[in-house]
Write a protein that binds this ligand. Structure first.
Ligand SMILES: [Zn+2]
Length: 98
């Protein structure tokens, strides 16, 4: 009987641990954004929470750390950027609060 109970319990524990770990690592992630002036920078994204930007659908109104101005910002698909643009974006990071 113990064998059967363990056989059922272990997969359940593994699934729960994976879900918790996945939820944690998925809470915050970094994305490259481009402002209307064309500045590229990295921004931390926390789904469902945004204190520093006003969300307008896919566009956000926030402060650009490159040009030091308030602007509309869009997320950039990394695959459309050159390696130079990606490293340039990673050099500039907006404030670390979401
Ligand atoms: Zn800018």
């Amino acid at each position: 009987m113990y064998g059967l109970a363990l056989g059922l319990a272990i997969p359940v524990v593994v699934v729960v641990v994976l879900l918790v770990a996945g939820a944690r690592s998925g809470d915050r992630f970094e994305r490259i954004a481009r402002c209307r002036a064309g500045h590229l920078f990295t921004s931390t994204v926390v789904p469902g929470a945004s204190l520093k930007a006003v969300r307008l659908g896919r566009v956000r109104f926030q402060r650009c750390p490159v040009g030091n101005h308030w602007t509309l910002v869009r997320w950039v698909d990394v695959s459309t950027l050159t390696p130079e643009e990606i490293s340039q974006a990673h050099e500039r990071h907006d404030v670390s609060i979401p």
